[in-house]
Write a protein that binds this ligand. Structure first.
Ligand SMILES: *Cc1c(COP(=O)(O)O)cnc(C)c1O
Length: 358
């Protein structure tokens, strides 16, 4: 399939266009020279509408498009205090006249926040209703906390519906089936931009979390028969009892094909496209790693730009480590998808790894 044909598959789909597309794709000259690998960056941190966009905004175009068609009034969602997806949801709500309700979890056991920083501050400025949910146990396992949050969201939905309101709950990371198709188009954009720049990328690196962006990219790769190998660096554990796993990614790729009214490829073919590296999230979601902290600083020193401690810093640390270990041959061409998250750089030390201090 050609890029134009992929675009056609989306005609007539409910979509509220907010993003500034295509997002830029540019070369990191200094990093490329230093590592002997051509490193480009796809700037999905610049999706807009605010300077703190990110990968959730692309998905929200489709989710909100359909919510508006269904006359939804309230969007309820959940995440950590510094949740990027929650902030992008509130942004969308403000544009479209929807009412945002957030349940935000204390993932790093800091208690009720004494100050509002980073995304939490942005959510406050945008006037969102915010409910804090404390983690009443120690350790990095966030699953029990997440289950409690999901329960709270649904309880609230039932409450509002009993008062006659129309409500939608968006899952954490906005991994809503409606939004999964968005990253087919992002992959298509990369292919088109590579064409214009006249580079053939060998690898596409990105950070995977709730697994909402990877399925669309895999579907896009399969549709466009691209040779680019997608490598995902996990920022949280993947596995049978975790927030995401390979079988779920595979299911979601299938659902993307179905949503686009296309024949679903065999699961063995889909599985071949899934490459998730779990060696770079450290102790767990939202807990800084030394490697990510160093990657953040290195990118800032070399290129004057920023990745975040929770997602893209860990992803970049994975890419750089793969290059150092020779997993990526010298002379290769790589594109790193910057999925956003810059707001977290202005958050509490527990998340940033106290970057500013030394
Ligand atoms: C959510 C998020 C990710 C992970 O993307 P998924 O679609 O959840 O896998 C990566 N980077 C940032 C900045 C994010 O907010």
């Amino acid at each position: 399939m050609k890029p134009e044909d992929v675009e056609k598959l989306f005609e007539g789909m409910p979509r509220k266009r907010i993003c500034f597309l295509p997002t830029p794709l540019h070369k990191l000259e200094n990093m490329s020279r230093k590592y002997g690998v051509a490193i480009y960056m796809k700037r999905d941190d610049l999706t807009g509408p605010s300077p703190f966009g990110g990968n959730k905004t692309r998905k929200l175009e489709f989710i909100v498009g359909s919510a508006l068609q269904d006359n939804i009034e309230y969007l309820i969602s959940l995440g950590g205090y510094q949740s990027n997806s929650s902030m992008q949801i509130v942004s969308f709500c403000r544009i479209c006249g929807l009412k945002p309700i957030l349940y935000l979890a204390d993932v790093i056991n800091q208690g009720i926040p004494k100050e509002h920083k980073g995304n939490l501050l942005l959510n406050k400025i945008m006037g969102s209703e915010i409910n804090y949910v404390l983690k009443d146990y120690e350790g990095p396992d966030i699953n029990p906390l997440w289950n409690k949050m999901i329960e709270l969201c649904h309880k609230r939905k039932v409450e509002l519906e009993s008062q006659g309101h129309k409500v939608r709950v968006l899952p954490s990371g906005v991994v809503d089936p409606e939004g999964l198709v968005a990253y087919v188009l992002a992959f298509k954009e990369i292919v088109e931009q590579a064409d214009v720049l006249n580079v053939k990328f060998d690898y596409l690196y990105h950070t995977t979390g709730t697994g909402g962006s990877l399925p669309g990219m895999i579907a896009g790769k399969m549709l466009l028969e691209s040779a680019m190998k997608i490598i995902s660096i996990a920022c949280n554990p993947y596995g049978p009892d975790e927030i995401c796993n390979e079988a779920m990614v595979c299911d979601r790729v299938e659902s993307v094909f179905k949503k686009l009214n296309l024949k679903v490829p065999g699961r063995d073919l889909i599985f071949k496209e899934i490459n998730i590296d779990q060696n770079y999230f450290g102790e767990g979601y939202g807990i800084p790693t030394e490697e990510a902290t160093l990657a953040i600083r290195e990118l800032a020193l070399e290129e004057g730009l920023f990745v975040d401690p929770v997602y893209t810093g860990k992803g970049l640390s994975g890419l750089l480590s793969h290059i150092r270990k020779g997993k990526i041959p010298q002379g290769s061409k790589v594109v790193f998808l910057h999925t956003g998250g810059s707001g977290a750089l202005f958050s509490e030390e527990g998340l940033t790894g106290a970057l500013a201090e030394e």
